[in-house]
Design a protein. Structure first.
Length: 364
């Protein structure tokens, strides 16, 4: 009887084990090269005849020109919206609260002025929930004369946060999405004014869409009434603070807009107000007070705190969708929240903002 040889299995095992010790720089280069090769097929490329190739090239050039014009218009509209937001906040004088909101809005506006529009060029199904590649990189920085695209540059859909850049190549960059479990932004509840402004932006977009149609008159009237109601001044409070993170990376394509939230409480006073008791929402310094305020509730808007050193303050991230019942002895709420940006499965266009460090560099 022939003796069974395990040599091939041993060699295969050693080879697979050696892959765990491959330098990160080498794997990043390999991934970047594979993305360059695969992106035309992912975007729908294939074999064409010379005539078809020429027509396709002309169509591509026209699409690129149209895309540049569209991006310029979108950029102007984004800056205009940020200016209106800043003007609204600036008109509310006399309180430190509104001064902080104004400072945060000015920071975002300064970053918006340096923003770039980008397209998603590749997305691997096995890391669909975690990363994607966009078509901007070092080459764009050289053309602009500024390092806009760099590690920790913010990535937005509209004006909602969806991730950060974690690797920059020559003409493409890799984005780490909020739906990945390793990206954990610090957020807090923004109830009232910020919440209303978020809804007003959505109403503005809906009104623009309805204006292009003859139908929907009743809907337009209802939206106008809702807009009028939201524009009235209401109390604005910044409440519970916590952290958000995405689900674990899926085995295959499937991106959930649901984020997990942990550690939501208001145990320590800060510039936004006094510390509040977890269950009643009463000030810890005066638990006999009759008035109470829930620290967090379904429908609350979650915005960045600016405390993590990566994300500027007051960027909309998610809406609270569920709150787990407090267990005995619990010191914080656990929640689930839906991304303000919605489902990212069909994501094609994004906006890249430089990291906060660029503002410090320009002030030197």
């Amino acid at each position: 009887m022939r003796k069974k040889s395990y040599r091939s299995y041993l060699l295969l095992g050693l080879f697979l084990l050696s892959l765990l010790h491959v330098p990160e720089a080498w794997t990043l280069g390999l991934r970047s090269s594979l993305v360059s090769l695969a992106s035309p097929f992912w975007m729908g490329g294939g074999e064409r005849s010379p005539v078809e190739s020429e027509i396709a090239l002309e169509n591509l050039l026209l699409k690129k020109q149209n895309e540049k014009l569209r991006r310029r218009l979108l950029s102007d509209e984004r800056i205009e919206l940020q200016l209106k937001k800043l003007q609204t906040i600036t008109s509310l004088q006399g309180e430190d609260f509104f001064k902080r909101r104004r400072d945060a809005a000015e920071t975002l506006l300064n970053l918006e002025l340096l923003s770039l529009h980008a397209q998603v060029i590749y997305r691997l199904p096995s890391t669909w929930n975690s990363t994607l590649w966009i078509d901007v990189g070092e080459r764009d920085n050289e053309a602009l004369g500024k390092a806009i695209v760099r590690v920790n540059s913010l990535v937005l859909k509209g004006h909602h946060l969806i991730g950060v850049i974690e690797h920059v190549g020559v003409s493409k960059s890799r984005v780490r999405l909020l739906t990945d479990s390793s990206l954990i932004p610090s957020v807090r509840v923004a109830r009232g004014g910020s919440e209303n402004r978020e809804l007003l932006d959505l109403i503005h977009l809906l009104q623009q869409q309805l204006s292009l149609r003859d139908e929907g008159r009743e809907t337009a009237i209802a939206l106008a009434k809702l807009k009028e109601r939201l524009e009235k001044n209401s109390d604005e409070r910044y409440l519970a603070k916590g952290e958000l993170f995405g689900s674990s990376s899926p085995i295959w394509r499937g991106c959930s807009p649901i984020l997990k939230g942990v550690g939501f409480n208001y145990d320590f006073s800060d510039e936004e107000g006094p510390a509040l008791e977890l269950r009643s929402g009463k000030p810890l310094e005066d638990l006999n007070q009759k008035e109470s305020l829930p620290l967090i509730k379904i429908g609350d808007l979650l915005v960045t705190t600016g405390m993590d050193g990566v994300f500027p303050a007051d960027i909309p991230v998610a809406i609270v969708s569920s709150i787990a019942p407090l267990k005995e002895g619990a010191v914080a709420f656990d929640i689930e929240a839906k991304l303000c940006a919605g489902n990212l499965n069909q994501l094609r266009d994004v906006i890249v903002l430089p990291p906060l460090s660029i503002l410090e560099e320009e002030q030197r």
